[in-house]
Design a protein around this ligand. Structure first.
Ligand SMILES: Cc1ncc(COP(=O)(O)O)c(C=O)c1O
Ligand SMILES: [Zn+2]
Length: 406
């Protein structure tokens, strides 16, 4: 069901459902408002289960209607058990939410699908974004699928694999001389000048809602139960905050019982404004990022303070993960589960390990870890983990000399 209006998260001022990213009064973010009485009357587990195998099964809880011709639909990614890693970490149950299974191999396909739908509704012909890499790929692919133009702004020194994974869809790529935060500021300024749908600027209210579908899917895939904890990487903080909102909405609709899971967040040591604010109890202060987790390198996170509030409200925590642990964690995940997550996932696993070390999670915990992006786009930190053994194509030599079996 499309949202009835947008409301400011800070001052509650209401706006029509147009392309407006922020409140004109206080510059706060705007969230879609739904008719909860109607939702309570219509939404049920059965209705959702009868829907398509994609995010569009939750269209009632999204700010746009489901497309009739749903192309390249993201969502309903696997939730897979990771018993070997759970045993190694000392927790009862660990599940991996494999958002690498989305069309462009990251969770960004969810948010872009919702924003693009709104862009089409509003008649935009160009889809745009500022991006740390994954979003550029998701925007470019969605534009290719829908027949829209794409224009993406990325830091000029992005990983080459990330650039190639976006470029192949044919967007106009603007390589900005600066960090993500420069790209972001530029796209905000341009959004006032150009008739483009900037998914994370003037369409941000719709875009961010797409992340709620991760919470919905986790609950549904666990048989309409919620886990004790979910571990989530943080860049702008939108994903983390909206997953919390998604679980709250399921409870509000009576689709699950219990309390909202404890949400644990991770940031890399080299870009930890939200983790610092959580630890210090003060507001988020912008930083200049210097981290190998490029997809999380946002120094001025738009939803940072809301992420801190979500951590406190759910009894979770936000940890900073040492830079040198990121590659180790990518290899640990791959070697114990068969899943190759990107640098962001190295950070997420680091946050889980920190929660276990702090005694927050342990032998009684049922935990879900979000694998939000694919390691093939960021192979750098694990390049040292392979050392092939050079051999001749000779079976005898292999058995005698290499394996030394008699
Ligand atoms: C793989 C991956 N995980 C997590 C995030 C964090 O998302 P958010 O900016 O909503 O906090 C990003 C953002 O780019 C990402 O690319
Ligand atoms: Zn406001």
């Amino acid at each position: 069901m499309p949202a009835v209006s947008l409301a400011c998260r800070n001052c509650a001022a209401e706006y029509p459902t147009t392309a407006t990213g922020t409140c004109a009064t206080c510059f706060g973010p705007l969230d879609p408002v739904y008719d909860w009485e109607q939702l309570r009357a219509t939404v049920s587990r059965e209705r959702i289960e009868a829907g398509p195998a994609s995010i569009w099964r939750y269209a009632d809880l999204l700010p746009v209607s489901a497309p009739e011709d749903a192309r390249l639909a993201p969502g309903m990614t696997p939730l897979t058990p990771a018993p070997r890693l759970a045993a190694q970490l000392g927790i009862a149950e660990l599940w991996l939410k494999l958002d690498t299974a989305n069309p462009t191999h990251s969770f960004k396909d969810r948010v872009v699908a919702v924003a693009a739908r709104k862009a089409q509704e509003l008649g935009f012909e160009t889809l745009s974004c500022s991006s740390t890499g994954n979003l550029a790929g998701a925007v470019a692919a969605r534009a290719a699928a829908e027949g829209l133009e794409a224009a993406v702004f990325v830091p000029a020194d992005l990983e080459p694999e990330k650039l190639a994974a976006a470029a192949v869809y044919g967007p106009r790529i603007y390589a900005v001389d600066g960090t993500y935060d420069h790209c972001s500021r530029l796209s905000v300024e341009l959004s006032f000048e150009l008739p483009w749908g900037f998914v994370n600027v003037n369409l941000r209210s719709y875009y961010a809602e797409g992340s709620k579908t991760l919470a919905y899917e986790i609950a549904e895939q666990l048989g309409w139960e919620t886990p004790d904890a979910v571990v989530i990487p943080i860049a702008s903080g939108a994903l983390y905050h909206k997953v919390g909102q998604g679980f709250d909405e399921l409870r509000r609709l009576g689709l699950v019982g219990g309390t909202t899971p404890r949400l644990f967040g991770g940031q890399a040591e080299g870009c930890r404004p939200v983790a610092t604010a959580f630890a210090s109890g003060s507001r988020v202060t912008p930083v200049r990022p210097d981290s190998i987790a490029r997809s999380l390198a946002i120094g001025n996170p738009a939803d940072g303070d809301f992420a801190v509030a979500t951590a406190r409200a759910t009894g979770g925590a936000i940890y900073a993960v040492p830079e040198e642990a990121i590659g180790e964690n990518m290899a640990l995940l791959a070697g114990t589960t068969g899943v190759f997550g990107e640098t962001a996932t190295g950070v997420t696993l680091g946050a889980l390990r920190a929660a276990v070390e702090a005694g927050e999670l342990g032998p009684g915990s049922r935990v879900v870890l979000l694998v939000t992006g694919d390691g093939l786009k960021t192979p750098g930190p694990v390049a040292h983990t392979y050392e092939p053994v050079a051999i001749e194509a000779d079976a005898d030599a292999f058995l005698d000399d290499v394996l030394a079996v008699s």
